[in-house]
Design a protein around this ligand. Sequence first.
Ligand SMILES: Cc1ncc(COP(=O)(O)O)c(C=O)c1O
Length: 383
Amino acid sequence: MAAMGYPVLTMADSDFRLDPGLIYLNHAAVSPWPRRTAEAVKAFAEENASLGSRNYPHWMHTEQAVKQQLQRLINAASADEIALLKNTSEALSVVAWGLPWKAGDNVVITDQEFPSNRIVWESLAPIGVETRAAEITGTGNPEAAIIDRIDANTRLVSVSAVQYGTGLKLDLEKIGAACRNRNVLFCVDAIQSLGAMTFDTRACGADFVMADAHKWMLGPEGIALFYCRAEVMEQLSLKQYGWHMVEDFLDFDKHDWEIAGSARRFECGSPNMTGIHALHASLALLEETGMQNIEQRVLENSHFMIDFIQDHVDDLELITPAAGDRHAGIVTFRPRKEPAQSLFERLGNENVMCALRGGGVRFSPHYYTPREHLVTALELLES
Ligand SMILES: Cc1ncc(COP(=O)(O)O)c(C=O)c1O
């Protein structure tokens, strides 16, 4: 199997220190931290223990640096359009409960969304907002299915850039253009894309983009990007207030206040400084490696897995779309001769970390995953 015509890739040993016995194909769930991220957190802990917050101005500098890294990662116009929130769900909720809805409005999502990108919209039902799930499963043209659900009452379309279960990658530019033409807001849950694929917020015309750090961005849980396009920021009313979200936030003696002009308005209080230090290190690794290189490697991994599954059609059914522009780092498949659950358990017993999602077993290696690990995991599917 190693001689399938693909080069054997070697692990970037200096960047990761995964247990050598572990085959980690679960970056679409929670990723291991790069070595430098673990070191950054250790150093931050030591600093806190010995100096407390003496270097707080430097921590704030790191906070701003993370926003700039994220700005580059998504090609936003300005770091002022980026807030650091707790997670994807919180960012989605800021949008859902910030927009000025009226009864009869609707939101278009898809039938494959992770619960976060469905529940927040369904939570608006009591105020008369309808959530419409476009049926994209089984269609060759998911963008058309989504655009077809837009009508005169649609205020917003919210989709995952890459679906967590099937791994389907949507053409965001196409959906964004349709939204713009119809004066509909466009919201992208990018957690299954950022850090694996290049991403261009401006090209896809997104108004809102959100993603927690703990998947392909190789950061910790509990710190998330929330991008809000400057021109739509005023449309979101705020539900949380505090010292950190006002214009002169460091002037504690000032009693009159105004809401910050930047996306800091969405950050009500003290930032997650531990998460910020960790994410700073993880994003530095992504930048040094280069997102183009990472995307290429992620796609090579996916092609390798898809080729294997398609070569074993008697045993395995591919759930992820095979076309090169229709997937990113997730490859999901179903065993034909045993329940997915039992295959999943067998893989777990062999130290293969993966997930049961989208009606099958989901493999999600990252760019650094050694090819031998993929070969070992795939060979286990043969037995
Ligand atoms: C598409 C998608 N959105 C959101 C989440 C999780 O969101 P949060 O950052 O709120 O935990 C996941 C996690 O699996 C996901 O796959």
